[in-house]
Design a protein around this ligand. Structure first.
Ligand SMILES: [Zn+2]
Length: 365
């Protein structure tokens, strides 16, 4: 049994890990109520510091409280190892995304103690997780960060067509949701931290994929890929079609809708549009960001009382439904690891790319 109080936290280039033991008792109690996910994550970091490399990418401040933004790395340190990045909680109120990631990470860490197959997989693959992207927003139970900015409307990229009123991103001010931040301002600290992780650990690899977990209003679980800012197909859409077919052939009983975001609506400032173009500028051939939108209407439909509180619109609130959601996406997360590691077995060659480009047109454009 690990003695939590005496296990030293991982110290990194960016600075000391802010451990919950450093917080005052009063603050710990407050965090336990309002952001238990952060304390749970810090516990995993302490218990598994032999396997997990934790880095505090940024310290965020809100009303004299300090919130660490952590990245966690497991597996291969080789600079050419294919890489899978998972992110969650970009919208603070959609905390179920962070919870799914933390629960899966816990499973992974347990399995790594005995599962030689998984150990071998991770020797050839770099796994990076940023499970709580917006800790202040999560503490406040709101979508935006502490400055009132919607982190996924904050990247310096404008939509090429009409966007939904407000929801597509606006610059009216932080008093309304979906605020993009000031024009020509820097990105928010959370996004700069993410950019730093991506530049350092995700780009310049033979293959890298991202799964960014959200929950939203809809009846179905959706897997969205860029573009969000324009209706035209993304340059590497053939890779996405190949991944979609791989998933659907391998797991025919799962029902994620796999599609470009732009067929639903356009938005300003989308992070994954922005990082995709950065990957292109750095000549990365295969960079595949995906967003998982967990359909929360399913939970609301089954429990209409949830309509009367905001958190209930975005998170399952009944125990058995909550644990079901934590289980439900494990297969997808495991699949993304396997697909990343084995990318050379399914990425299309030149001839197949031509055919899959046509397939994409007939499916979505
Ligand atoms: Zn979201």
């Amino acid at each position: 049994m690990t003695n939590l109080n005496h296990t030293p936290p991982d110290v990194t280039a960016t600075g000391d890990i802010t451990s919950s033991s450093l917080r005052s008792a009063e603050l710990r109690k407050d965090f336990k109520q309002k952001i238990p996910e952060l304390l749970q994550l810090e516990r995993l970091m302490r218990e598994h510091n032999n396997l997990l490399h934790a880095n505090c990418e940024a310290k965020l401040y809100y009303e004299n409280m300090e919130f660490p933004l952590y990245s966690l790395t497991l597996g291969s340190r080789a600079p050419n190892a294919p890489t899978m990045l998972f992110t969650g909680g970009i919208h603070g109120i959609e905390r179920i995304g962070s919870q799914v990631l933390i629960a899966w990470l816990q499973t992974l860490l347990e399995r790594l103690q005995w599962d030689a197959g998984l150990q071998q997989q991770l020797q050839q693959l770099q796994l990076v997780i940023v499970p709580i992207m917006n800790p202040v927003g999560m503490y406040l139970n709101q979508r935006a960060n502490g400055n009132g900015v919607d982190l996924n409307r904050n990247a310096p990229i404008d939509a090429e067509g009409p966007v939904p009123l407000l929801g597509g991103g606006h610059r009216l001010g932080p008093f309304l949701p979906w605020y993009r931040g000031r024009k020509r301002g820097q990105m928010e600290a959370e996004n700069i931290a993410l950019e730093q992780v991506i530049q350092r650990q995700v780009f310049n690899r033979p293959f890298a994929a991202v799964l960014d977990l959200h929950s939203g209003l809809g009846m179905q679980d959706r897997l969205w890929f860029p573009h969000a800012y324009r209706k035209k197909p993304i340059g590497n859409i053939a890779d996405y079609v190949a991944l979609k077919m791989l998933w659907e052939r391998s797991y025919p009983n799962h029902t994620y809708l796999f599609e470009p975001q732009s067929i639903h609506y356009l938005s300003h400032g989308d992070l994954w549009d922005y990082f995709y173009y950065q990957s292109r500028a750095q000549n990365q051939a295969h960079f595949l960001p995906l967003t998982l939108e967990m359909g929360s209407w399913l939970w609301v439909k089954k429990s209409p009382r949830q309509l009367f509180n905001m958190a209930g619109l975005f998170n399952p609130q009944i125990q058995h439904r909550h644990t079901r959601v934590l289980r439900r996406h494990i297969v997808l997360l495991d699949f993304m690891l396997a697909a990343t590691l084995n990318h050379h077995n399914w990425l299309p060659d030149e001839k197949q790319t031509g055919i899959l480009n046509q397939t994409a047109k007939s499916l979505w454009f």
